[in-house]
Structures are given as C-alpha cells and as structure tokens.
Design a protein around this ligand. Structure first.
Ligand code: ADP
Ligand code: MG
Length: 483
C-alpha cells in the first residue's frame, strides 16, 4: 500500500515487536502461579516483590517454550545466552530493573511466512526472540486519590519477538500478527489472547519515498488487537507524511494509539539502550543449552500451519486460500480432516465446513470446539449426499435441524421422511400432473420460450416437497416437454 501525498507516493515501513506470554504454570524466576484474573497480589512470591536477598531461579519450562517457539519460527537457537538487567524506575517494577536479554538472546534470526489475500506468501524476517519478565500493573481506577499496584503479573515470562522492518502495509502487519498467533497456538507456547493481554504488540512505523533509505521511525506502544494495530499504523503513517510534506521532520519517539479519537499521541521521547544501563545480571549464570535437548524438542514439533496448508492443497486439492482458512486454528484443521478423510470430493467437505459450519459458528459466536454439529455428524451428512440418499438442497435443511438438535443426519432424514425420490414412476407422475395442470405454460414453452424450463423444474420439485432427484427431474422433464 502506498500513501498518496501532495509530493507523490510514500511507502510505509513497519517492524513489529510482540510480547507473548509464555504458557507456564509458574513464573520465569519464581514458583508463583500465573493464572489470569486472580485477585490482586495473590500470586506474588518474595522474588516477584523484589524482597532484599531473594534470588531468581530459572524456570526450565519457560526456557523450553522459548526454544520450541524459536524452532517453530525456523530460527537459530543460541546454546549460550545471557540475562541482563534493564534498569528503570516505575511503581509497578519493585526491583528497579527488569531481567531481560539484550546482546545475547536465546533465539536469533528466523522467518515467518505471511499469507496474502491472493493466496501468495511473503517472507518476513525475525530478528530475535528473547526471554524477559513482565512488570506488575498500576491500578488507577480503585481509589479517587490513590494508585494501587498489582504484582500478579510481575515476573511472568514473556517472549519478545522482534521482526525485521520488512512489512509494507497495515494488511501485511495484520497478516504477520495472525500468522504468529497461529504458530504460537499450534506450538502451545502462548495462547495468543490479545484481549487478556497475553499477546501485545508495539508497532514501529516510518515512511519513505520508494527507493530511498529508511526514514525515522516512531514506536506505537502496546496495541491490543490486530485491527487496532492496522488502524494505528495507517494513521501514524499519514501523520508522518503530512508532517514531512509540511517541512517538518519525524522525531524518534514512543507514541500511544487512541482508537476513540483515531490518532496517535506522543508518550515520551525515545529512550536508548544506554538509558537503561544494561548489564549482565550477577544473580544468574549464562543460560547454557544442551544441543541434544534442542534436537529432541525439534523432533517433537507438531505439524505447523504452513506445512499443513501445503498438505491440504496437495492431498485434498483445496485452493491455497481455503486451505489457509482451515489451518488457521489447529482444531479447525482437525475437524476438517475428520470430515474429509477418505472422501471422493474433499472440496465439497471444505465448502461445508467453511461456508455452512463457520457461518453457524460465527452467528452464534462459538469456537469450533463448542460446535453444535460434531465432525463425525457432518461427515454422516456428506455420506448421505454422496450416496444420493438426499440432495444438496435437502442437506441444507437437514443441517439446520442438526444445528438445532445435535442429532445425526441419518436419524433426521429417517424421522422426517426426507429420503430423495429416485423412483422414475413417482417423478414421471409428478411431471405429468404439472404438465396437465399448466397447459397454457406448456404452450408458451413449446412456442419458443425455453427460459420457462426452470419454472417447470421448480413446480415438480415443489410437488415432491423438494425430494425428487434434481438431475432426474431435469432429464425426464426435458424428454416430456420436448424442445
Ligand atoms: P528498540 O530497542 O529501539 O525497540 P529494537 O531493535 O528492539 O529497537 O526494535 C526495533 C524495531 O523497529 C524492530 O522491529 C525493527 O524492525 C523496527 N525498525 C527499525 N528501523 C525501522 C524503520 N526505519 N522503520 C520502521 N521500523 C523499523
Ligand atoms: Mg525493543
């Protein structure tokens, strides 16, 4: 996407920093719990509250989760990495520093494929992934004149995943976040829940004339939905273009996005690495990984969305777009495979899942794991279509009843007498009656109005309550009407 300015076209350059909360029962350096929504300050150990003399102990599960994520992003795993103190003062940071990784992160360069609307993919570079602690939370809304602090989040493990400045439009940034979220969820290393803050995004945005070198960037902090990230990027890029075209220059700074006002506002001037006085945490040894352990984690990785999508295109002959929709969530892909397995027409199965089932789930705001129609029951419905027990049209009615009752398709067809009529005698009788009752229309048709044919089909279908086999109706009707 280009922005059309007064002085010509501008290109947007975007790099994203994502904070992903590691799925782990306990924190990065303490045994305190990490459950979301607990009462304030009920999940805080002395380490998280930074009591004097308390020492951090690294949580092996969090380390393995970071390795797994790195491998899932096709990245280098650094067998030696170092924890640093990032020093700053804030009420929600009792130690006065955050334990993070700076010069030697646990994961180095990797890549992520984003899926574009036309079915193509584009590679976005991952710069690094490092482990760090989350801070606590200041609560300004509990008392009119006081601010309280909740330390439940203090010390929770985060993976900061930094991308290269490789994205060129809000759509690409959205696709990056969706794909990253999907991979994290497949890996079960982060639940990707942006509403609950377990995935937060800082968007770095600059603009340039095509072909020129990168402009100065601004960083928009802590945006908490994919839609807001996309809006914030576009609004910020337009602000920068207008500023530059009016003779100003962009200051590198940290900004906030206000979705209500549709603007970004300065928060603070950019802090630099030296402001943080980084130094290796003297309480922690360098983190040394056993390459065998890394290999074992790699061998146990699940099939990830890109590989699954490719397999769906190859084995089930789906379009890349449909395959992409199905593999976005692991549970959806599993549902589809249960329905499609061993079927002559897997594309039809994909259509039923994407159009009919997802339509119902969307309308009822349900997750696929709560689907009112099980994968086996949907497969049963397709079986009835495949062996011509019911037509595709009746199948839609049966599906509606399945949604409402949770019953299986065969039982519904039996109970309601919806079996398709393929008996030529019965179909011929219905056709003969329609012809006899509509002599005038028959005359018009034979006199040169072939478009009336559809009307006759409709009458016969109506007379058989939609149960006549449509192909047979067409064929017999043509023979009887002539022309
Ligand atoms: P910092 O410590 O300042 O946040 P990082 O190196 O951690 O710096 O992250 C910088 C982020 O900004 C990366 O995601 C990177 O891709 C992105 N970035 C760097 N330069 C630009 C630029 N000119 N325009 C847009 N994004 C950029
Ligand atoms: Mg950064």
């Amino acid at each position: 996407m280009m922005i059309e300015g007064r002085t010509g076209k501008w290109e947007i350059v975007i790099g994203l920093e994502v904070h992903a909360q590691v799925i782990s029962k306990s924190k990065l350096f303490s045994g305190a719990a990490t459950d979301f929504g607990a009462a304030p300050n009920t999940q805080v150990s002395f380490v998280d509250a930074a009591f004097p003399g308390m020492l951090p102990v690294i949580n092996k599960v969090c380390v393995e989760q970071a390795i797994k994520t790195g491998l899932g992003l096709g990245a280098e795993i650094n067998t030696v990495s170092v924890f640093d103190r990032k020093n700053y003062f804030y009420p929600d940071l009792p130690a006065g520093y955050q334990i993070s990784q700076y010069t030697r992160p646990i994961v180095g360069k990797g890549k992520l494929l984003i899926d574009l609307p036309d079915g193509a993919s584009r590679e976005i570079g991952i710069t690094r992934l490092h482990l760090e602690q989350d801070a606590g939370k200041s609560m300004h809304d509990q008392n009119p004149s006081k601010t309280y602090v909740d330390l439940n989040r203090s010390g929770v493990a985060l993976m900061e995943i930094v991308s290269e400045p490789d994205m060129r439009s809000p759509e690409e940034a959205g696709a990056y976040l969706r794909k990253l979220r999907s991979i994290l969820r497949y890996l079960e290393t982060c639940d990707g829940n942006m509403d609950e803050g377990s995935m937060r995004c800082d968007a770095n945005v600059s603009v340039r004339k095509p072909g020129e070198k990168f402009g100065t960037r601004c960083e928009i902090k802590n945006v908490n939905s994919v839609r807001y990230v996309m809006q914030a990027i576009e609004i910020e890029a337009r602000r920068q273009v207008e500023l530059i075209e009016n003779g100003g220059k962009v200051d590198q700074e940290t900004r906030l996005f206000d979705p209500n006002k549709g603007e970004t506002r300065p928060m603070r001037s950019k802090e630099h690495a030296h402001d943080y006085r980084y130094f290796p945490d003297p309480d922690l040894l360098p983190l040394v990984l056993d390459p065998k352990r890394v290999e074992a984690i790699k061998a146990a990785l699940p099939e990830l969305p890109d590989a699954k999508r490719e397999r769906f295109v190859r084995d089930y002959k789906l379009s890349p777009y449909d395959a992409g929709v199905l593999v976005a969530e692991r549970e959806q892909a599993e549902y589809f495979e249960t329905v499609a397995k061993g079927r002559k027409d897997p594309k039809l199965a994909a259509n039923w899942v994407i159009v009919e089932l997802f339509g119902v789930l969307n309308k009822q705001n349900l997750d696929i794991t709560k689907s009112p129609v099980s994968a086996r029951n949907l497969a049963g419905l397709l079986d009835l279509m495949e062996d011509n027990t019911i037509s595709g049209r009746i199948a839609k009615d049966v599906f509606q009843i399945m949604v409402e009752t949770g019953k299986d398709a065969a039982a519904i067809v039996q109970e309601k007498g919806l079996r398709q009529v393929t008996d030529t005698g019965a179909i011929d009788a219905a056709i003969d009656k329609v012809i006899a009752d509509n002599a005038a229309k028959v005359g018009e048709y034979r006199g040169g109005k072939p478009t009336l044919f559809g009307w006759f089909v409709g009458q016969v279908m109506k007379a058989t309550q939609g149960k006549a086999n449509p192909a047979m109706v067409n064929e017999r009707l043509k023979a009887k009407l002539g022309g």
